[in-house]
Design a protein around this ligand. Structure first.
Ligand code: ZN
Length: 541
């Protein structure tokens, strides 16, 4: 009964929203919350495992723990004797981990020759209450469910407050350039602003009526949320459509705000910040005094160069959608993407993983959630990102707050990322291997998607098509690719909306690339790793 389910969901969400909108957190309280969470890490982890896994018979982790012959008592003993991270490493060695594809319900878990079927919903936290479900599964039944859970939103806020305070940007007049539901970045930023008493004064959305039709329930949810806030006297802005090629409108907001109020802040994705800065450069607008909080993609030197050229500054943020914010830029960084890890809410270990199609291994990140408000129960879950964990004294306020670990050189090795949109790699494989050969000829070995960065720093997804395949109009190939993405799932349709505007896809008539070992991978997302300046990313094998 989808209608009844939706009705129940709205009621729960609006009920929670009323309470949420009346609540605020001071900086002092945020510091105390983080301090307490850091002290209670192990106890919080054990509580979540006890209740969310051993107390939940449908938990997909139970078969893994059974195979590892591990009971709750064993985990408790291990944590007390050897600490949290060592326990997680032992569990991983015993097969208790989940790959990103498994976590998304796109592949069954296979451990010790046993196949354990799993679906993405299986990882949902069974104890969530006031959530709004932004995105439902697509026709393949393998879409992404992303919930806005108000308790989770509140739990992330102290991290955001402390990190923003470290950069002196917490209370600056703020503008958002984020999509509307089912993309939940915009609405979450709006709601979070309530908690620390700095509601964004402007919200631009790259999702417009012309390029995307959100489901009715998403439109209702956006309206309900904004109206609920306004009834309570909160100045929630309505989202104003601004497509990627209208970035100058956002630059004008910054120019006017800088003149009227002084320093201000824009929260958006990395590439969209680049677009704003290119528009500002074209119109000769000086953005000194403007700060960006950017995420969604690695802030590469080319992208960052375009931002800082305008006089603006930036702070990177790093998210794992299902877990929330993972890290935020150090206030005295050694490079563009030097992040402090939020270990009060998450635990992180690394494991060497062979990159598909390349003869290299990377130190993949494997996450565990610690707080009861987590939307998904996450126990040693890979998110297809890798990087370095570094303990270093930087002297910035984040260190003082207890965030001693730095994350460096964070990259993704299996996800398609561009313009702040991320897609599970397997989502596009069917198109490359089946749809395109059937429509334009050739075999699955004649098509390959390569992630590259162009001269201006924008991420491009180049579709290599073997010159042997006769194609009359390359635009038709891209059109087919986009249309198929739109049909695949809600998440893929959102990606299509942005990538179509950004002209992210391009066709190159060259033979697909094979590895030295003679392997062929339809997706090559690691070109950058193989460039000479990124040699350090490799683990020597
Ligand atoms: Zn720092």
């Amino acid at each position: 009964m989808p209608f009844l389910d939706d009705l129940k969901m709205y009621t729960r969400f609006v009920w929670g929203l009323k309470k949420f909108l009346r609540h605020t957190i001071t900086l002092k309280e945020a510091k105390e919350i983080v301090k307490k969470r850091l002290e209670d890490r192990e106890a919080n982890f054990l509580r979540l495992v006890r209740k969310g896994i051993f107390g939940y018979p449908k938990s997909p982790y139970l078969p893994l723990l059974k195979l590892a012959q591990c009971e709750i008592g064993d985990i408790e003993n291990m944590v007390h004797k050897r600490g949290l991270e060592n326990t997680l490493r032992s569990l991983r060695e015993a097969g208790v981990f989940v790959t990103f594809e498994e976590f998304k319900g796109r592949a069954p878990m296979v451990r010790g020759g046993k196949v354990i079927p799993v679906e993405a919903r299986g990882f949902d936290n069974p104890y969530l209450s006031h959530y709004y479900e932004a995105s439902s599964s697509g026709s393949t039944g393998a879409g992404t469910r992303v919930a806005i859970d108000l308790d989770h939103l509140a739990a992330l806020t102290p991290n955001i407050m402390l990190s923003n305070d470290a950069h002196g940007i917490l209370y600056l007049p703020t503008c958002l350039w984020f999509g509307t539901l089912p993309d939940n970045t915009g609405i979450e930023n709006l709601l979070r602003g309530v908690l620390f008493k700095n509601i964004p004064c402007k919200w631009f959305s790259p999702i417009t009526k012309k390029n995307f039709r959100p489901a009715l329930k998403n439109k209702i949810a956006t309206h309900c949320t904004i109206l609920s806030g306004r009834i309570l006297g909160l100045h929630f802005p309505w989202p104003q459509p601004v497509t990627l090629d209208q970035a100058n409108q956002v630059a004008h907001w910054a120019k006017n705000t800088l003149m009227a109020h002084g320093p201000c802040l824009i929260r958006t994705h990395v590439s969209m910040a680049v677009r704003i800065c290119l528009a500002a450069q074209e119109e000769g607008i000086d953005l000194t005094g403007l700060a960006f909080v950017i995420g969604g993609e690695p802030p590469t030197p080319a992208k960052v160069g375009e931002i800082t050229r305008t006089g603006a500054r930036f702070a990177p943020s790093y998210w794992f959608v299902e877990a929330g914010i993972v890290g935020f830029g150090c206030a005295s960084p050694v490079d563009n993407n030097d992040l402090h890890f939020f270990k009060d809410r998450l635990a992180l270990i690394q494991c060497p993983i062979q990159v598909p199609g390349f003869d290299i291994k990377v130190n993949a990140f494997c996450y565990t959630s610690l707080l009861p408000s987590t939307p998904k129960i996450i126990l040693n879950v890979e998110n297809d990102d890798y990087g370095d964990i570094e303990i270093r004294s930087c002297g910035c306020p984040m260190e003082e707050y207890g965030f001693s670990e730095h994350l460096r050189h964070v990259r993704s090795f299996r996800k398609l990322t561009g313009e702040g949109v991320t897609l599970v790699g397997s989502e596009i494989l069917k198109i490359l291997e089946e749809v395109l050969p059937a429509r334009f000829g050739g075999s699955p070995l004649d098509y390959q998607l390569v992630e590259e960065e162009d001269e201006q720093g924008f991420t491009r997804l180049s579709l290599l098509v073997n010159p042997k395949v006769e194609i009359r109009d390359e635009k038709e190939v891209i059109q087919t690719l986009l249309e198929e993405l739109g049909r695949s799932s809600v998440a893929a349709d959102l990606a299509r909306t942005i990538w179509e505007q950004a002209k992210t896809f391009r066709v190159r008539r060259i033979s697909p690339i094979w590895t030295n070992a003679g392997k062929f991978m339809p997706l090559r997302l690691m070109e950058r790793v193989l460039s000479p300046d990124q040699e350090d990313d490799k683990i020597k094998t």
